[in-house]
Design a protein around this ligand. Structure first.
Ligand code: NAD
Ligand code: MG
Length: 397
């Protein structure tokens, strides 16, 4: 029998992290050895996972959750840590495969630490490519760390790229489900509640990406992610709304062939493709019964009700500083919506406000020279977004 694959999961208690552990737990005994698992502050769940999977190390980002983690792991033989440095320590351990499934720009430093080990990086955390994609991909290239996209659309494109040569690619197409508000008129969207926005028709995901899907900022972030991952120009990345979410992504070659990857909407399929890469593994995902699906619909996104896509494209054209600011402002605005401080449509409006001010200040570099600059832009954009949110909040009364 071959040696177990040594894997770590950053963001193990989240939707993607749990789906990854689900696959691991179904694999033959001894196929995987869990090196490190991390979470933000959910010590109880993390400890259970670490015990069940016999992890070497478990870490929470929130120092205040450290004592609970230590207590919950006492006698288990699992070493534990707390605080942002403990997450970096987990990411830098000797694993051959690391799932980067922390949500938001908070996942950037840990993902970079994993890259430095030369491990294969299964990348779910799209925000890290949106805020520092070129630096990230360059570091991966230098270290020889393969970056395997886990985002379903990008994983689909990654698979479809095997059908031809990079030089023969004309464009790629990312599909979008359209989210819960696909058929809502604008006036109704204005009044959408948090629970409406979290009720995604197809995918079950963490809160942040669910809200991003509802505004379609998720697709905007994914266009940026795709350009950086696959080294494509913005004009080469198209988006089509496809409510059934059966086709996840496509690659069009210069001869007119459009190669699509299909599958039931279950994240365990793209995660498995990254986990077994370059091989394949079985998954419990429902098999596609196309006769039962019946029809596949496609339509262009509506820029009026979903301005996030154009906002993201404009930031992509403006440069790396603008995409980092877009991401940071969006994280703050999504949080404010989840806390019921602003309405759904205020999310994009606040992001647009923050970007406009940052652009006027001329603090957004076309290209980043290093990570310190990324963190400066990110921090400034968060402050600008908070100010924009406070203005909208007071208007709301
Ligand atoms: P989630 O909210 O369910 O889980 C996030 C994980 O990150 C949790 O383990 C949480 O404890 C941890 N975390 C949160 N903040 C942290 C911080 N500041 N420091 C350290 N750890 C922190 O999110 P998710 O839905 O699993 O998404 C994770 C990432 O994968 C996101 O970037 C998302 O865009 C991407 N993604 C998710 C899906 C999906 O189906 N859920 C699909 C495609 C891409
Ligand atoms: Mg996606």
């Amino acid at each position: 029998m071959s040696a177990p694959r040594r894997i770590s999961i950053l963001g193990a208690t989240g939707s993607v992290g749990l789906a990854t552990l689900d696959l691991v737990s179904r694999a033959p005994e001894g196929a995987y050895r869990i090196i490190a698992l991390t979470a933000n502050r959910n010590a109880a769940d993390l400890a259970k996972l670490a015990r069940r999977h016999g992890a070497q190390f478990a870490a929470v980002a929130d120092p205040a959750a450290g004592a609970a983690l230590e207590e919950a792991l006492s006698g288990s033989g699992v070493r534990c840590g707390a605080g942002p440095e403990a997450i970096i320590e987990a990411a830098a351990m000797d694993a051959g495969w690391v799932m980067a499934a922390i949500v938001g720009a908070a996942g950037l430093r840990p993902a970079m630490a994993a890259i430095e080990t030369g491990a294969v990086i299964a990348l779910a955390n799209k925000e890290c490519l949106v805020c520092a994609g070129d630096l990230f991909m360059q570091a991966a290239g230098r270290r020889g760390a393969a970056v395997l996209p886990v985002d379903s659309e990008h994983n689909a494109v990654f698979q479809a790229l095997n059908a031809g040569q990079k030089g023969h690619v004309r464009r790629i197409v990312l599909t979008a489900s359209g989210g819960p508000f696909l058929n809502w008129p604008l006036e109704r969207m204005r009044l959408a509640r948090v629970e409406d926005a979290l009720a995604h028709p197809v995918w079950s995901m963490g809160d942040k990406i669910s809200i991003d899907s509802a505004t379609m900022m998720n697709k905007g972030l994914e266009v940026i992610e795709a350009c950086r991952l696959f080294d494509l120009s913005p004009a080469q990345v198209d988006v089509v709304v496809h409510p059934q979410s059966i086709i996840h992504g496509m690659v069009e070659y210069q001869d007119g062939s459009l190669i699509a990857q299909m599958g039931s909407p279950d994240m365990r399929i793209p995660i498995a493709a990254a986990l077994a890469w370059p091989e394949r593994m079985p998954t419990p995902a429902a098999r596609l019964d196309l006769a039962a699906v019946g029809r596949l619909d496609f339509m262009a996104p509506d820029p009026e009700r979903f301005p996030a896509l154009d906002l993201a494209r404009a930031a992509l054209e403006a440069g790396e500083g603008a995409t980092a600011a877009l991401n940071a402002a969006n994280e703050v605005a999504v949080e404010a919506f989840l806390n019921e401080r602003i309405g759904l449509l205020d999310i994009c409006a606040a992001v647009a406000d923050a970007l406009e001010t940052a652009e006027a200040e001329e603090t957004l570099p076309k290209r980043f020279s290093g990570f310190d600059q990324v963190f400066d832009v990110d921090a400034r954009a968060r402050r600008l977004a908070m100010a924009a949110i406070a203005r909208r909040e007071s208007q709301r009364g």
